[in-house]
Design a binder for this molecule. Structure first.
Ligand SMILES: CC(C)(COP(=O)(O)OP(=O)(O)OC[C@H]1O[C@@H](n2cnc3c(N)ncnc32)[C@H](O)[C@@H]1OP(=O)(O)O)[C@@H](O)C(=O)NCCC(=O)NCCS
Length: 210
């Protein structure tokens, strides 16, 4: 299995995996063309990046991360907004409330204080692997590669919002050093779990979330 930094040529494969494997949230309802533009922006943005897992020529997994999700969404709206939204217009019109909730969500959570925990700006946007390679450690290798890159960029911590009932994803993040921080409702009535992984302290230990 080859884990490497994603490029624009991987955007469509990432979009296909997202659309077929991630059922949570609003983004999958916008379709593969929209997601392809989004992942193209992710790999071009200075505040985001992605890794893919390949078996031969085939992309069988990916992880996408933003060190500043609000800045990524702003640059996506500015540079891709109209062209990305046009093919997805019916879905946006049908679910305009969810579209606004998705765009407002970074400012609701980034830097938010929860007791003694401050949620990091950085966020894992998505991780998915093809069914054929599930349960073989590919997801964990991708998330660990992403955390190492955040560390290299001196990003102090990262969060992820995960469906409260998504056992595979919760287990994946736990094994990669994330701890449950809180629960949020990004879209009314749907509870998601927010997990946080803080950067290793200078001595090498991971700082406690509490
Ligand atoms: C979540 C997902 C990426 C995990 O990838 P994966 O390559 O199968 O995970 P790994 O093999 O690296 O396993 C990582 C840990 O999760 C556990 N795990 C994997 N699948 C699991 C499942 N279905 N149920 C419970 N635990 C599971 C593994 O046992 C391992 O834990 P361990 O280190 O304690 O043994 C994969 O299931 C997937 O693509 N799901 C659909 C997309 C999705 O829901 N993404 C998350 C939302 S953004």
């Amino acid at each position: 299995m080859n884990i490497s930094v994603a490029t624009t040529t991987d955007a469509r494969a990432m979009a296909n995996l997202h659309a077929s494997r991630i059922t949570e949230g609003f983004l999958p309802t916008l379709g593969v063309p929209f997601l392809t533009r989004l992942y193209r922006r992710v790999v071009l943005s200075p505040v985001a990046f992605a890794y893919t897992a390949r078996e031969g020529d085939e992309v069988v997994g990916f992880v996408a991360v933003a060190s500043d999700l609000g800045a990524l969404y702003r640059s996506f709206l500015l540079r891709d907004g109209v062209r990305a939204a046009l093919p997805s217009l019916p879905a946006v019109v049908r679910s305009w409330r969810k579209a606004i909730e998705t765009l407002r969500y970074p400012s609701r959570t980034s830097g938010a204080a929860l007791g003694t925990t401050v949620l990091p700006e950085a966020e894992v946007l998505a991780v998915a692997v093809a069914p054929a390679v599930a349960g073989q450690g590919v997801g964990a290798s991708l998330v660990r590669a992403a955390c190492a890159e955040l560390h290299r960029r001196n990003v102090p911590g990262v969060k992820v919002v995960c469906g409260a009932g998504n056992a595979a994803a919760l287990a994946l993040y736990a094994t990669c050093g994330f701890a449950v921080a809180t629960q949020v409702e990004v879209h009314g009535g749907v509870v998601s779990t927010v997990l946080v992984r803080l950067a290793p302290a200078p001595g090498g230990a991971v700082v406690s979330n509490g």
